[in-house]
Ligand binder design. Structure first.
Ligand code: PMP
Length: 380
C-alpha cells in the first residue's frame, strides 16, 4: 500500500532518520548505548524547552501518563489546583484529578478561544492554588493559549505552573527558565515526530523540590522519584525502558537541534500560515478564533455541501490522512496537524491532494489556487 501522508494531530509523519534508528537492534536497557543515548536525549530535551538546571524524564507511556505524572508529583493531598481548559485535554486533566481525589477548580473558555490572562489574574486573587495547569495547544479546538502571559502572572505566585505541551513542545517556543514554567509535559508522537510510546517531562528544580517535600504520593510507576536515579544513571534499573523508542527520540532531538530552535519555531508558523492560506483559497474557514490559531494544527470548517466522511475518505484515497472533529465539532470540521518534521514538498502534496479530493466530490474551486497561496508564503 502506498504510504499516506499523516496529517492528523499526531502521530505526525516520521522522518527516515527516525525510522532508521527504530530499526537498530535492541540493546540492553542498562548498557552503554542507553547510558549515552538516554543521557544525551535528556540533555537535548532540556535545551529544547530552555531549562538549564531541572530534570528531564522519558518514560514508556504516552501524553496522558505524562499528565498524570505531572499532577501527582506536584499537588499534595489537601492542596488545590487550578486547571485552565480551552477544550478536551484541559478537561482530561480535571478528570485525572477526580480519579485521584485531588482538589481542583476548572476554568474553561468557550471552544475556539482560550482563558484570557485577566481571567487567570482575577481567579488567583481570592484563591490559594498550589498548582496551575494550562494546555499550550488543545488538539480538539486548535487553540493556542497565551502561555507567556500566564507565566508572567504566575511569576508573582508560589504555585507550580504545569504546561501540557503535547501538541506544542518542540514546535512552539516554551522557555521554562525565562518564563517561569515549572513542568513541561509532552509525548513523542507530536512535534518530535517519533512514533507514539513515550511520556516526556521536564521539571524545574522548584517542581522537583516540591515532589521531594511530599512524603507520599498515590503512585508507584508514576512516581518521578523512582525514575530520577535511572535518568541520572541509566545503568540502574527500576522498570524496563522502551529502548528502541528512546533511541528514536534521541535521534529526533538531534534533528531538532540541527535545524535550530528559532528556525524550527519559525518553520512551524510559516507552514501553518501556508497551509491555512491554501485552505482559505480553496474556500475553507477555521473553527478557532483568529488570535488563538496554533502553529501546529488547524481545525477547519467544512463549507456547505462538503460531507465529513466522504471528504475524509476521498482525501485518504488521494494520499492524505486528516482527523475528524471531536465532541461538539464532530462532522462539522476536520483537523489537520502540521507539526514535527514536515517539509515544504509535503505541504504542497497535501494541497494538491486536497484539490484532487474536492474535484472528486464535485466541489467547485479555482484550480491551483491552494498551491499558489501556499507558495506566496513558503517561497520555494
Ligand atoms: N494533551 C494534549 C494537548 C493532547 O493533544 C493529547 C493527545 N492528543 C494528550 C494530552 C494525550 O496524549 P496521549 O494521547 O499521547 O495520551
Amino acid at each position: 500500500m502506498r504510504e499516506k501522508l499523516l496529517l492528523i494531530p499526531g502521530p505526525s509523519p516520521v522522518h527516515p532518520r527516525i525510522i532508521h534508528s527504530l530499526a537498530q537492534p535492541t540493546v540492553s536497557h542498562v548498557g552503554p548505548e542507553m547510558v549515552e543515548e538516554l543521557g544525551q536525549a535528556l540533555e537535548n530535551l532540556k535545551r529544547i524547552v530552555f531549562c538549564e538546571k531541572g530534570e528531564a524524564f522519558l518514560i514508556a507511556g504516552a501524553g496522558t501518563l505524562a499528565m498524570e505524572m505531572a499532577i501527582l508529583n506536584t499537588l499534595a493531598s489537601g492542596e488545590k489546583a487550578l486547571i485552565l481548559s480551552q477544550g478536551y485535554f484541559g478537561n482530561r486533566m480535571a478528570e485525572i484529578c477526580r480519579s485521584f481525589g485531588l482538589d481542583h477548580d476548572l476554568l474553561e473558555s468557550p471552544w475556539g478561544t482560550a482563558v484570557l490572562p485577566d481571567e487567570l489574574d482575577r481567579r488567583l486573587m481570592n484563591n490559594d492554588y498550589k498548582v496551575v495547569v494550562a494546555t499550550h495547544v488543545d488538539t480538539a479546538t486548535g487553540t493556542c493559549a497565551p502561555v507567556h502571559e500566564y507565566a508572567e502572572i504566575l511569576k508573582k505566585q508560589e504555585a507550580i505552573f504545569i504546561l501540557d505541551g503535547v501538541c506544542a513542545t518542540g514546535g512552539i517556543e516554551e522557555r521554562m527558565d525565562d518564563w517561569g514554567i515549572d513542568v513541561v509535559l509532552t509525548a513523542a508522537q507530536k512535534c518530535f515526530g517519533v512514533p507514539p510510546g513515550l511520556a516526556v517531562l521536564v521539571l524545574s528544580e522548584r517542581a522537583l523540590a516540591k515532589r521531594k517535600a511530599m512524603p507520599r504520593i498515590p503512585a508507584y510507576y508514576s512516581d518521578l522519584l523512582r525514575w530520577l536515579p535511572i535518568m541520572k544513571d541509566p545503568t540502574k534499573y527500576f522498570s524496563t525502558p522502551c529502548v528502541n523508542e528512546v533511541r528514536a527520540f534521541y535521534e529526533s532531538t538531534l534533528i531538532i537541534l540541527e535545524e535550530g530552535l528559532e528556525e524550527r519555531f519559525g518553520r512551524h508558523s510559516r507552514t501553518a500560515r501556508a497551509l491555512r492560506s491554501g485552505l482559505e483559497a480553496l474556500g475553507f474557514t477555521f473553527f478557532t478564533q483568529k488570535e488563538f490559531l496554533a502553529a501546529t494544527l488547524s481545525v477547519v470548517n467544512y463549507p456547505p455541501g462538503v460531507e465529513d466522511k466522504r471528504f475524509r475518505s476521498s482525501y485518504y484515497e488521494s494520499g492524505v490522512v486528516v482527523a475528524g472533529g471531536l465532541a461538539e465539532t464532530a462532522g462539522r470540521v476536520f483537523r489537520m496537524g502540521h507539526m514535527g518534521n514536515l517539509s515544504s514538498s509535503q505541504v504542497y502534496f497535501a494541497l494538491d491532494a486536497l484539490e484532487q479530493t474536492l474535484k472528486t466530490i464535485g466541489y467547485g474551486f479555482e484550480q491551483g489556487s491552494g498551491r499558489r497561496a501556499a507558495r506566496a508564503i513558503l517561497g520555494d
